[in-house]
Design a protein around this ligand. Structure first.
Ligand code: ADP
Length: 161
């Protein structure tokens, strides 16, 4: 049976740390679905459509990665599409606390679904969507943190009016 996994998140915007985790997960599992949460309880910079478009563009050349949007409980979405594994990324110890609690909560909600956490590649330890947005908003260079077209989209958002 083919092993299908999901990689859920807000991806506001997608960055090189996310891309690294997704590529590595796609080497482990037969199919990886990058699941973009439509309505997170966060202040978003990019719309759902923009976040979807950027992620689709990033992964268009990788045949076993697809991008989908979802709302509601992540475990419900995983079940709906027949995924038994949820991939998450870990950067620093402070991620661990949150991810540990989420994994336990999800296990309680859906004992049939496993969380698999991959440790970041060292050069992406400091990369997060919020850091990328903060640097870009202050006119800093985010090259190396995000693909070029995401950098351009960020620059456009923060262009002085
Ligand atoms: P969420 O809104 O669920 O926190 P994000 O879009 O911020 O989602 O991130 C999605 C996943 O990618 C999370 O598991 C997060 O820990 C992981 N992640 C984010 N940045 C990195 C990074 N630099 N290295 C590895 N994993 C990361």
């Amino acid at each position: 049976m083919s092993k299908r996994a999901i990689f859920p998140g807000s991806f506001d915007p997608i960055h090189n740390g996310h891309i690294d985790i997704a590529r590595r997960a796609a080497d482990i599992f037969d199919e990886l679905i990058v699941c973009i949460y439509a309505t997170p309880q966060k202040n978003l910079l990019f719309s759902f459509e923009e976040r979807m478009e950027m992620a689709q563009r990033v992964f268009e050349d990788i045949p076993n990665i697809t991008v989908e949007g979802y709302t509601g409980l992540t475990v419900d979405y995983a079940r709906k599409i027949g995924a038994k594994v949820m991939v998450r990324g870990l950067r620093v110890f402070s991620d661990f606390d949150y991810e540990f609690r989420m994994a336990l909560a999800n296990k309680k909600l859906a004992p049939d679904i496993e969380t698999v956490s991959l440790i970041t590649t060292h050069q992406y330890t400091f990369v997060s969507s919020s850091t990328v947005k903060e640097v870009a908003s202050l006119g800093g260079d985010v090259t190396g943190m995000v693909p070029t077209f995401v950098r351009d989209a960020l620059m456009k958002k923060y262009l002085p009016a």
